[in-house]
Design a protein around this ligand. Sequence first.
Ligand code: ADP
Ligand code: ZN
Length: 606
Amino acid sequence: MTDDEIKRAALGALREFYGYKSFYPMQWEAINHVMHGNDCVVLMPTGGGKSLCYQLPAIISDGCAIVVSPLLALMKDQVDALTDIVPAAAINSEQSEQQNRDILDKAFRGIIKLIYISPEKLLSEMDQWSQELRVSLIAIDEAHCISQWGHDFRPEYTQLGALKARFPDVPIMALTATADRLTREDIRKQLHIDDATIFETSFDRPNITLNVVAESVGRKKISQIVRFISRHPGESGIIYCLSRKTTETVAEQLRKLGFNAQAFHAGMPVKHKQAIQRDFINDDVTIICATIAFGMGINKSNVRWVIHYNMPQNIERYYQEIGRAGRDGLPAEALMFYSFGDVVTLQSFARESGQSQVNMEKLHRMQQFCEATVCRRRILLSYFDEHYDHDCQHCDICANPPERIDGTILAQMALSAIMRVKEQEGITMIVDILKGSGKPELTQAGYHLLKTYGVGRNLTFGEWNAYMLQMLQMGLFYVAYEDSNHLKVTDYGKQILRSEKRVQFSKYQRHQLETKTVKKARQSTILSDLLHVDKELFEELRLTRLAIARAQGIAPYLIFSDKVLTVMAQEKPTTFAEFSVMFGVGEIKAKRYWRPFTDTIRRHLE
Ligand code: ADP
Ligand code: ZN
């Protein structure tokens, strides 16, 4: 097919099956690429629209696509989401042999367009499939699980390297929402798709407001939490805790106060966990207090807020967890508490882990994020190697900005010191050079002869350390974990070094943390208020959706997302014709659901 033909087919399917009119950034590029038989890596944040990148090619190609997914729950959710759209199924160990065989049989006959499968199961089926199944493409979801540098390493993923040799003519698409520099290199290497093109969108999630609160002594976290969730009445949210015990006590306290909350952790019986997960997905439970064991299998698009009761162990994890909020693109809120106690606990975890050095360093970055005086979003995005050279206005730092100074000259001093030691030193040595400290290691290396030696004498060590940290957080340089934590200047840093850009620092204050004030709460964060939609109608539509979901035994957000409901509450379609051309309403869904929703709207209008 030519590009034009592919585009026509893909846009047609996007409209017909999903009810969307245009692609999200990079979707078309990735789709076109695999349709031409090429491998690629798709890096998009949660909610960026990764699923469509492989579902659309699967729909418009002959044969069947294989989708590798790490978790049963995740597969189930994806398959449920597709039931109103296109024939898909999962092969797994929970189904009987017969069920699995029936599914395979349908796939061999070309009836099923997408098969979801776990990596270990795929490896055992691979030989037969490579001969008998017409495979249109192989999609590897949560591809970061393949990398030891990542935070979700799964040994069974590493064997997926065998796929390329077994299916040499089938395009491979690896997808993930978390990939730092090392992980993304690793994905290509381990899958043996070294020439794969990387399609990457911004990792920014502008709809999520970021807040971090230092745990204040004497002030109860729970009362702050209650105030926060009271601003989100009836809206789904997750509270992440470090220990199983905490999940239970927090859930208990919230229930006593009348909130619909449940605990969830790895120590609970499987059946019980599944029930809670289902209730949350189905909007029967509003709040989940969970350890990290919760959430990976959850694609629920209408999670409106995430609270971290404790600080997470690294930025990847934090970003992944807050990313569970607002997948539908509507406003969502994240709140994190952190304390010295959390840091101590996490340090012991990190020390005991297999990769203590890397994990300690990552924890350190997390702690710095909490204590930062720089826009939170800038820190997060530069952590993921993205240039973001302005403040976001949607975080607690931007809401209470610290005093700013022009840091260009200071930055140039530091960056040029890094360059002059050929990017072969860590932060301590660089500060020593700037200060002209005369330490023996420094003179032994001959650094006292450098031009930058002692240029930063006028600042204290404390000031230099604080500013170096800000530079790191704004992405002027990065720490190369794989190279003894040496500092490397980024392109953004080089622009500043060449005076092409200027940079601002927040002014160093010795007691920064104590003087920081907690941001005043916004009046209301209720979705319908924020979006100025008819609140009553929106609620009625939600109830209509809930009733249908109950009857079908699937999750409400799988029928229509909150976003589609808000559009419905604005446009108020009352006929099939109006309903069927709405955003997010594909042909099958239009036929199936137009009556109940237009009835609700008509009743409301009368
Ligand atoms: P990811 O897997 O990257 O987290 P999803 O594939 O779940 O993201 O997509 C997030 C949401 O965005 C879903 O509700 C999906 O239907 C919707 N979506 C995806 N692509 C588009 C598009 N081109 N136009 C409108 N909505 C889209
Ligand atoms: Zn900000």
